[in-house]
Ligand binder design. Structure first.
Ligand code: SAM
Length: 244
Protein backbone atom coordinates (compact mmCIF):
# COMPACT_ATOMS: atom_id res chain seq x y z
CA UNK A 1 0.00 0.00 0.00
CA UNK A 2 1.21 3.52 -0.75
CA UNK A 3 2.91 5.66 1.87
CA UNK A 4 6.20 6.21 3.63
CA UNK A 5 7.89 3.26 5.36
CA UNK A 6 10.68 4.13 7.82
CA UNK A 7 12.77 0.98 7.90
CA UNK A 8 15.46 0.28 10.51
CA UNK A 9 18.44 -1.75 9.26
CA UNK A 10 21.23 -3.58 11.14
CA UNK A 11 24.00 -1.68 12.98
CA UNK A 12 26.42 -4.55 12.40
CA UNK A 13 25.05 -8.07 12.32
CA UNK A 14 23.03 -8.42 9.10
CA UNK A 15 20.84 -11.09 10.72
CA UNK A 16 19.31 -8.25 12.74
CA UNK A 17 17.33 -7.22 9.67
CA UNK A 18 13.80 -8.30 10.57
CA UNK A 19 11.62 -10.38 8.21
CA UNK A 20 9.17 -7.46 8.28
CA UNK A 21 11.91 -5.05 7.17
CA UNK A 22 13.01 -7.40 4.38
CA UNK A 23 9.40 -7.76 3.24
CA UNK A 24 8.77 -4.01 3.13
CA UNK A 25 12.04 -3.36 1.28
CA UNK A 26 11.32 -6.07 -1.28
CA UNK A 27 7.87 -4.57 -2.01
CA UNK A 28 8.90 -0.89 -2.03
CA UNK A 29 8.50 0.95 -5.32
CA UNK A 30 11.61 2.90 -4.42
CA UNK A 31 13.94 3.26 -1.45
CA UNK A 32 15.25 6.63 -0.28
CA UNK A 33 18.83 5.96 0.82
CA UNK A 34 21.76 7.74 2.40
CA UNK A 35 24.45 5.92 0.42
CA UNK A 36 23.30 3.63 -2.39
CA UNK A 37 26.47 1.48 -2.16
CA UNK A 38 25.76 0.67 1.48
CA UNK A 39 22.08 -0.12 0.89
CA UNK A 40 22.91 -2.11 -2.26
CA UNK A 41 24.95 -4.49 -0.07
CA UNK A 42 22.03 -4.96 2.30
CA UNK A 43 19.58 -5.56 -0.57
CA UNK A 44 22.00 -8.02 -2.12
CA UNK A 45 22.15 -9.87 1.22
CA UNK A 46 18.38 -10.42 1.08
CA UNK A 47 18.32 -11.04 -2.68
CA UNK A 48 16.35 -7.91 -3.56
CA UNK A 49 16.82 -5.26 -6.24
CA UNK A 50 14.82 -2.05 -5.94
CA UNK A 51 15.31 1.45 -7.34
CA UNK A 52 17.23 3.68 -4.91
CA UNK A 53 16.96 7.47 -4.59
CA UNK A 54 19.68 9.34 -2.68
CA UNK A 55 18.15 11.43 0.07
CA UNK A 56 19.56 13.75 2.76
CA UNK A 57 17.88 16.39 4.85
CA UNK A 58 20.00 18.91 2.96
CA UNK A 59 18.61 17.58 -0.33
CA UNK A 60 16.67 20.33 -2.10
CA UNK A 61 13.02 20.94 -1.24
CA UNK A 62 12.25 19.78 -4.80
CA UNK A 63 13.75 16.35 -4.19
CA UNK A 64 11.73 16.06 -1.00
CA UNK A 65 8.52 17.27 -2.67
CA UNK A 66 9.10 14.76 -5.48
CA UNK A 67 9.39 11.89 -3.03
CA UNK A 68 6.30 13.00 -1.13
CA UNK A 69 4.26 13.27 -4.33
CA UNK A 70 5.18 9.65 -5.12
CA UNK A 71 4.05 8.49 -1.66
CA UNK A 72 0.42 9.18 -2.60
CA UNK A 73 0.46 6.28 -5.06
CA UNK A 74 3.61 4.30 -4.30
CA UNK A 75 5.29 2.63 -1.35
CA UNK A 76 8.45 4.60 -0.61
CA UNK A 77 10.85 3.17 1.98
CA UNK A 78 13.39 5.26 3.87
CA UNK A 79 16.59 3.68 5.17
CA UNK A 80 19.91 5.02 6.40
CA UNK A 81 23.32 3.35 6.23
CA UNK A 82 22.79 1.67 9.58
CA UNK A 83 20.24 1.54 12.36
CA UNK A 84 17.13 3.63 12.73
CA UNK A 85 16.62 6.42 10.17
CA UNK A 86 16.30 9.97 11.62
CA UNK A 87 18.48 9.11 14.65
CA UNK A 88 21.65 11.11 13.87
CA UNK A 89 20.70 10.30 10.30
CA UNK A 90 18.58 11.87 7.52
CA UNK A 91 14.80 11.71 7.44
CA UNK A 92 13.32 14.21 9.87
CA UNK A 93 12.35 16.76 7.22
CA UNK A 94 10.96 14.05 4.95
CA UNK A 95 8.70 12.72 7.72
CA UNK A 96 7.70 16.26 8.73
CA UNK A 97 6.67 17.16 5.18
CA UNK A 98 5.04 13.78 4.54
CA UNK A 99 2.94 14.25 7.66
CA UNK A 100 1.95 17.75 6.55
CA UNK A 101 0.91 16.28 3.19
CA UNK A 102 -1.30 13.66 4.84
CA UNK A 103 0.83 10.70 3.71
CA UNK A 104 0.33 7.39 5.54
CA UNK A 105 3.52 6.83 7.57
CA UNK A 106 4.63 3.45 8.91
CA UNK A 107 7.68 2.47 10.90
CA UNK A 108 9.46 -0.85 10.80
CA UNK A 109 11.30 -0.52 14.09
CA UNK A 110 14.63 -2.19 14.68
CA UNK A 111 18.23 -1.68 15.77
CA UNK A 112 19.41 1.64 17.19
CA UNK A 113 22.94 1.98 18.58
CA UNK A 114 21.83 4.45 21.28
CA UNK A 115 19.27 2.09 22.79
CA UNK A 116 21.56 -0.92 22.40
CA UNK A 117 24.36 0.87 24.30
CA UNK A 118 21.98 2.13 27.00
CA UNK A 119 20.78 -1.42 27.67
CA UNK A 120 24.39 -2.68 27.83
CA UNK A 121 25.61 0.09 30.16
CA UNK A 122 24.12 -0.93 33.49
CA UNK A 123 23.13 2.72 34.01
CA UNK A 124 19.59 3.88 34.90
CA UNK A 125 17.22 3.55 31.95
CA UNK A 126 14.13 5.25 33.38
CA UNK A 127 15.17 8.68 32.11
CA UNK A 128 17.69 9.22 29.35
CA UNK A 129 18.69 11.94 26.94
CA UNK A 130 20.04 11.15 23.50
CA UNK A 131 22.62 13.81 22.68
CA UNK A 132 24.12 12.27 19.55
CA UNK A 133 27.42 13.75 18.35
CA UNK A 134 28.98 16.56 20.39
CA UNK A 135 30.64 19.39 18.45
CA UNK A 136 34.19 18.47 17.40
CA UNK A 137 35.81 21.77 18.46
CA UNK A 138 37.01 21.92 22.05
CA UNK A 139 35.27 25.17 23.05
CA UNK A 140 31.91 24.29 21.53
CA UNK A 141 32.17 20.81 23.02
CA UNK A 142 32.80 22.18 26.54
CA UNK A 143 29.84 24.57 26.18
CA UNK A 144 27.53 21.78 25.02
CA UNK A 145 28.63 19.59 27.94
CA UNK A 146 28.12 22.43 30.47
CA UNK A 147 24.52 22.72 29.26
CA UNK A 148 23.98 19.04 30.12
CA UNK A 149 25.50 19.10 33.61
CA UNK A 150 22.28 19.66 35.57
CA UNK A 151 20.16 17.14 33.66
CA UNK A 152 19.03 14.26 35.87
CA UNK A 153 19.10 11.54 33.24
CA UNK A 154 21.48 9.08 31.68
CA UNK A 155 23.15 10.79 28.70
CA UNK A 156 23.87 9.02 25.41
CA UNK A 157 26.52 10.22 22.95
CA UNK A 158 27.69 8.98 19.56
CA UNK A 159 31.42 9.21 18.96
CA UNK A 160 34.22 8.04 16.68
CA UNK A 161 37.42 6.29 17.76
CA UNK A 162 39.83 9.16 17.03
CA UNK A 163 37.75 11.61 19.08
CA UNK A 164 36.90 9.34 21.99
CA UNK A 165 39.84 10.30 24.26
CA UNK A 166 39.25 14.04 23.96
CA UNK A 167 35.50 13.64 24.43
CA UNK A 168 35.89 11.52 27.58
CA UNK A 169 38.35 14.07 29.01
CA UNK A 170 35.88 16.89 28.28
CA UNK A 171 33.00 14.90 29.83
CA UNK A 172 35.07 14.16 32.96
CA UNK A 173 35.98 17.84 33.28
CA UNK A 174 32.45 19.10 32.67
CA UNK A 175 30.33 16.50 34.46
CA UNK A 176 32.58 15.33 37.30
CA UNK A 177 32.57 11.93 38.95
CA UNK A 178 29.94 9.81 37.20
CA UNK A 179 29.58 6.22 36.10
CA UNK A 180 29.86 5.79 32.35
CA UNK A 181 30.26 3.22 29.59
CA UNK A 182 31.97 2.95 26.21
CA UNK A 183 30.32 0.48 23.81
CA UNK A 184 32.12 -0.36 20.61
CA UNK A 185 31.19 -2.40 17.54
CA UNK A 186 27.80 -3.46 18.94
CA UNK A 187 26.52 -6.66 17.32
CA UNK A 188 29.82 -7.08 15.43
CA UNK A 189 32.70 -9.50 15.91
CA UNK A 190 34.76 -7.26 18.21
CA UNK A 191 31.88 -5.96 20.31
CA UNK A 192 33.01 -4.63 23.67
CA UNK A 193 31.56 -2.56 26.51
CA UNK A 194 33.91 -0.99 29.06
CA UNK A 195 32.46 0.64 32.18
CA UNK A 196 33.96 2.86 34.86
CA UNK A 197 33.91 6.44 36.09
CA UNK A 198 34.42 9.17 33.52
CA UNK A 199 37.90 9.84 34.94
CA UNK A 200 38.84 6.15 34.67
CA UNK A 201 37.58 5.88 31.11
CA UNK A 202 39.27 9.16 30.13
CA UNK A 203 42.58 7.78 31.47
CA UNK A 204 42.13 4.48 29.71
CA UNK A 205 41.43 6.02 26.31
CA UNK A 206 43.84 8.97 26.63
CA UNK A 207 46.45 7.23 24.50
CA UNK A 208 44.33 4.64 22.75
CA UNK A 209 42.31 5.14 19.57
CA UNK A 210 39.81 2.29 19.51
CA UNK A 211 38.67 1.08 16.12
CA UNK A 212 35.08 1.14 14.98
CA UNK A 213 31.88 2.84 15.98
CA UNK A 214 31.29 3.97 19.54
CA UNK A 215 28.50 4.98 21.90
CA UNK A 216 29.30 6.64 25.24
CA UNK A 217 26.73 6.69 28.04
CA UNK A 218 27.03 8.73 31.24
CA UNK A 219 24.95 8.18 34.36
CA UNK A 220 22.92 10.94 36.02
CA UNK A 221 24.53 13.27 38.58
CA UNK A 222 24.94 11.67 42.01
CA UNK A 223 22.18 12.09 44.53
CA UNK A 224 22.47 11.90 48.30
CA UNK A 225 22.26 8.17 49.04
CA UNK A 226 18.84 7.26 50.46
CA UNK A 227 19.05 6.04 54.05
CA UNK A 228 19.49 2.29 54.28
CA UNK A 229 16.42 0.32 55.38
CA UNK A 230 17.98 -0.55 58.75
CA UNK A 231 18.60 3.14 59.50
CA UNK A 232 14.95 3.92 58.78
CA UNK A 233 13.85 1.20 61.17
CA UNK A 234 16.18 2.46 63.88
CA UNK A 235 15.03 6.07 63.41
CA UNK A 236 11.39 4.97 63.56
CA UNK A 237 11.96 2.95 66.74
CA UNK A 238 13.74 5.89 68.31
CA UNK A 239 10.92 8.26 67.35
CA UNK A 240 8.36 5.86 68.85
CA UNK A 241 10.19 5.79 72.20
CA UNK A 242 10.12 9.58 72.25
CA UNK A 243 6.36 9.57 71.57
CA UNK A 244 5.53 7.18 74.41
N1 SAM B 1 20.89 5.80 12.90
C1 SAM B 1 21.94 5.08 13.60
C2 SAM B 1 21.33 4.35 14.81
O1 SAM B 1 20.14 4.08 14.82
O2 SAM B 1 22.05 4.05 15.75
C3 SAM B 1 23.08 6.00 13.98
C4 SAM B 1 23.75 6.65 12.81
S1 SAM B 1 25.09 7.68 13.24
C5 SAM B 1 25.47 8.46 11.72
C6 SAM B 1 26.44 6.60 13.39
C7 SAM B 1 26.95 6.47 14.83
O3 SAM B 1 26.14 5.53 15.53
C8 SAM B 1 28.35 5.95 14.97
O4 SAM B 1 29.31 7.00 14.85
C9 SAM B 1 28.35 5.36 16.35
O5 SAM B 1 28.48 6.39 17.32
C10 SAM B 1 26.93 4.79 16.42
N2 SAM B 1 26.92 3.39 15.98
C11 SAM B 1 26.37 2.87 14.87
N3 SAM B 1 26.55 1.55 14.81
C12 SAM B 1 27.21 1.19 15.93
C13 SAM B 1 27.70 -0.04 16.46
N4 SAM B 1 27.52 -1.19 15.80
N5 SAM B 1 28.35 -0.02 17.66
C14 SAM B 1 28.54 1.13 18.32
N6 SAM B 1 28.10 2.34 17.86
C15 SAM B 1 27.45 2.37 16.69
Amino acid sequence: TPGLYIVATPIGNLSDLSPHAADVLSRADAIAVEDSRVTAKLLHHIGVRRPMIPYHDHSSADVRAGLIARMAREAIALVSDAGTPLISDPGYKLVRDARAAGVAIHTVAGPCAAIAALTLSGLPTDRFLFVGFLPAKQGAKATAIAELAAIRATLIFYESGPRLGATLAALAAGLGEREASVSREISKKFEETVTGTLAELARRYANETPKGEIVVTVGPPGEAAPPAAVDVDAALAEAMTRLS
